[in-house]
Write a protein that binds this ligand. Structure first.
Ligand code: C2E
Ligand code: CA
Ligand code: CA
Length: 462
């Protein structure tokens, strides 16, 4: 097909000046479009791509015109779930719909797809528009109900925005800053809008440093499991250990798992980190008496990974630890987030003989019906109940109800965070099966397990 005069390329000045005259010739298939068009457009949504945006930025800066711009960086919330759960056809349909919805708010040529589920809107400012209102409109339009092939898709968007010339010397820098604001919005939850402020760069820089250090720490196997005893409250004997990840930096500082596990998840490092930790923990567990169980935490995000079961089974096979000696701890939110995949992953593991514990019970929002949909071997009552139940009658009732639920369902109940002798006594009186907490033993490195305070404390009680 001949190269139509209205098909713009980055080298075409009328477009680069951003005058709004771009034809996307939507009746043509991508194959019919010329090579230049394809090079600077995303063929799925037919929006201009990153290359196009780069050329727009370069040109805007050489034009010497005193234009003012607003840049909106948009990242979809929940897109990965759509792709993983419903397949790439749904994912593609979502991206096309988002492209259309953004184009209903802004001229189509001002909307760019940078790849994945990332979009940018580059809007010329005239007058004094309320940009927060505009950004919230982006969130609203993307969050409108959407159904594909009869399946309702739940979508959201995180939006950051920045201004030229106020927030940067050139447009490229302003785009980086609006990206930075989007990243901060994303970290704080779904469907949020954040304007760029310079202090966000420190946060981003800190996060980039943390990610780089974490990558190096994983490469050097510097993150290791510590073990905290799980004690049978009827016999006072240790029946297992929970592996808890510990990152000791070169300067001797400990970074807690609550800080680095979320970074590992976001940076796509969690699979590698988990494989490494699990392999390490299983190898340690081989030297324990055969009745002692290893309890291992899985992140919510991992339960949406269909290959998880296979990888875990391979590690057990490699190390030679039988599956029945391992218990995996999952949280309620992990199961709710992606119920279909979670079931597939858990079923694979349960069929292999592994036990499943529901961690942090009482802090999530799962209903009892969800509880009965899965077969858990153990429920772990969250620390927050144990720390307050002696003084708070309601918490005491909750603990009693959970223990009764355990008896009814035939599920073992563990109480976490036991720090006081009186808490232990009360839990034993109520018939709680298993206890865990600083009173019974703090997390300790593998080499300290046999003679460490954990065992000493239990032996002394026993
Ligand atoms: P969690 O699974 O609920 O683990 C129990 C946490 O409570 C641990 O914190 C443990 O050190 C702490 N703890 C135990 N007994 C007591 C007590 O008596 N009092 C108090 N105040 N705290 C107690 P830690 O090791 O900092 O781990 C925090 C969370 O990080 C864990 O919570 C778990 O969700 C996550 N985590 C730890 N290791 C891993 C891992 O290897 N993989 C994944 N995905 N998550 C991990
Ligand atoms: Ca746990
Ligand atoms: Ca817990």
């Amino acid at each position: 097909m001949a190269d139509g005069g209205d098909r713009q390329t980055p080298s075409n000045r009328s477009l680069i000046r951003f005058t709004g005259k771009i034809s996307n010739s939507r009746s043509e298939t991508p194959a019919e479009k010329n090579v230049d068009w394809i090079a600077c457009h995303d063929t799925l949504t037919e929006l201009p791509n990153r290359r196009f945006l780069d050329s727009v930025c370069a040109q805007a800066m050489t034009d010497q015109r005193e234009e003012a711009y607003a840049v909106f960086s948009i990242d979809l919330d929940g897109f990965k779930k759509v792709n993983d759960l419903l397949g790439h056809d749904h994912g593609d349909a979502v991206l096309k719909t988002v492209a259309q919805r953004l184009s209903s708010l802004f001229p189509r040529e001002h909307v760019f797809r940078l790849g994945g589920d990332e979009f940018v809107v580059l809007a010329r400012r005239t007058g004094n528009p309320d940009l927060a209102v505009l950004a919230n409109r982006i969130v609203t339009v993307i969050g409108k109900p959407f159904t594909f092939n009869g399946v309702a898709v739940d979508l959201g968007a995180s939006v950051g925005f920045a201004l030229f010339p106020e927030n940067g010397d050139d447009l490229s820098q302003v785009i980086r800053h609006s990206d930075c604001a989007m990243y901060v919005a994303k970290k704080q939850g779904r469907n949020l809008v954040k304007p760029f402020v310079p202090s966000m760069q420190d946060e981003l820089a800190k996060r980039i440093r943390m990610e780089a250090n974490l990558r190096a720490a994983i490469r050097k196997a510097e993150i290791v499991p510590y073990y905290q005893p799980l004690v049978d409250l009827k016999t006072n004997r240790i029946i297992g250990f929970e592996a808890l990840a510990r990152w000791k930096t070169a300067s001797g500082e400990f970074i807690p798992p609550n800080e680095f596990i979320p970074v590992a998840e976001e940076a796509g490092l969690i699979v590698e980190l988990t494989d490494q930790l699990l392999r390490h923990a299983c190898t340690d567990a081989l030297s324990w008496p055969s009745e002692i169980v290893l309890s291992f935490n899985l992140s919510p995000i991992q339960l949406s990974d269909r290959l998880l079961g296979l990888r875990i089974l391979k590690i057990w096979g490699d190390v030679g630890l039988p599956a029945h000696r391992v218990e995996l701890e999952v949280t309620e939110s992990a199961i709710i987030q992606d119920a279909v995949t979670a079931r597939i992953v858990l079923d694979d593991l349960v069929n292999a003989g592994v036990g499943i514990a529901l961690d942090d019970f009482g802090t999530g929002y799962s209903s009892l019906s969800q509880l009965s949909n899965y077969r858990f071997d153990k429920i772990k009552i969250d620390r927050s109940f144990v720390s307050s139940f002696e003084t708070d009658d309601k918490q005491d009732k909750v603990i009693r109800a959970i223990i009764a639920l355990g008896v009814g369902l035939g599920v073992t109940i563990t109480a976490e965070g036991i720090e006081e002798e009186s808490q232990l006594q009360r839990l034993q009186d109520l018939g709680c099966d298993i206890g865990q907490g600083y009173l019974l033993g703090r997390p300790a490195p593998a080499e300290k397990l046999a003679t460490g305070q954990a065992s000493a404390r239990i032996l002394q009680r026993g």
